[in-house]
Design a protein around this ligand. Structure first.
Ligand code: PBG
Length: 326
């Protein structure tokens, strides 16, 4: 039986061999576009495994240095650092201490990898507050937007003073990008860039990250993170962040929001990142551990999909491993 009425149209011709498929691939992964999120915890002497993220640890300062070098040697393009302090309080004091764990870690990592890798830091209070929210609370227990902005401005300054190349404001407060930009410029850090967590949905997939942060959050973040039902709202967040001076924008989580990613990537002329978050990592690892999916293929498929959808950069906990494989 001959195929069809149009014998010239055979898409399968371009799938015949690995060499042919490689040649015609429309999307390629490269190590330079990968960013590794890393956790560093104060007051521990051995790295602590995060049980819901097999293979991921809370680093000591020492193990963080080594992992940063390993990532750099593999060709990873960026590192995103998160600090877990020993003591948390209502206003997240440790987030603005010049010798707070994140600031120390930034200094360590920058002195280790220099300018070979872009060093980034999470700029948010949830790692530092005892109530686990991304901001400070008002007298009725609500997250106070403008009081939080003042804390973010201070955080930006101590992180920049520690030598970070890029700050990542991730708390979804209104006006955070503008306030951070102003705070950086005010003390002469015009060169420190802002990777804005522009689109950040209130997601169930952050679960394992909360373990990684030793978070004591009760309740949810729905008064500041976005409703998964909304897309137009993301375009509004995007317009505001760009006006306020975002140098790069991010969509987060990743896989459930590829449509949002594509819309954003088609709209802007700044680099666009996707964050493949903790729950996405955990799902693949858990299914693979049960023998239900092919782990290595699944990882590459998810990362390729982010690129196809329009991301130029991907934050992924597999960054070093994948960079070594590419
Ligand atoms: C906020 C922040 C979160 C993540 C990155 N930055 C948690 C949240 O918003 O609840 C989640 C990352 C992940 O789940 O991998 N500081």
């Amino acid at each position: 039986m001959r195929y069809g009425e149009f014998p010239g149209t055979r898409p399968r011709r371009l799938r015949t061999t690995p060499a042919m498929r490689r040649l015609v691939a429309e999307t390629r992964l490269d190590a330079a576009g990968l960013i590794l999120p890393m956790f560093v915890r104060e007051g521990i002497s051995e790295p602590q495994p995060v049980s819901s993220m097999p293979g991921v640890v809370q680093h000591t300062r020492d193990s963080l240095r080594k992992a940063a070098v390993e990532a750099a040697e593999a060709g990873v393009g960026g590192l995103m650092l998160f600090g877990v302090p020993e003591v948390k309080d209502a206003i997240g004091s440790q987030g603005t201490e010049p010798d707070g764990i994140l600031q120390l870690a930034i200094r360590d990592v920058v002195s280790e990898v220099g300018d070979a890798v872009v060093v980034m830091s999470d700029l948010c209070l949830d790692e530092y507050t005892d109530h686990g929210h991304c901001g400070v609370l008002d007298d009725r227990g609500r997250v106070d937007n403008d009081a939080t902005l003042e804390r973010y401005a201070e955080m930006a300054q101590v992180q920049a003073d520690a030598g970070v190349h890029v700050v990542g404001p991730s708390g979804m407060m209104d006006g955070q990008v503008g306030v951070v930009r102003e705070a950086l410029d005010e003390i002469g850090h015009q060169d420190v860039a802002i990777l804005a967590y522009t689109v950040k949905y209130a997601s169930a997939f952050y679960g394992p990250f909360r373990e990684a942060m030793n978070s004591s959050l009760k309740g949810d973040r729905k008064t500041y993170q976005q409703d998964p039902a909304n897309l137009r709202e993301s375009m509004r967040e995007l317009a505001l962040d760009l006006q306020e001076g975002a140098d790069m924008v991010m969509v987060k989580p990743g896989l459930p929001y590829l449509d949002v990613l594509t819309r954003i990537a088609d709209t802007v002329d700044v680099p666009v990142a996707a964050y493949q978050i903790s729950g996405e990592y955990a799902m693949v690892e858990a299914a693979a551990a049960n023998g239900w999916i092919d782990r290595d293929r699944a990882i590459l498929e998810t990362l390729t999909s982010f690129r196809r959808a329009g991301a130029s950069m991907i934050l992924t906990y597999w960054a070093t491993e994948v960079a070594q494989r590419l």
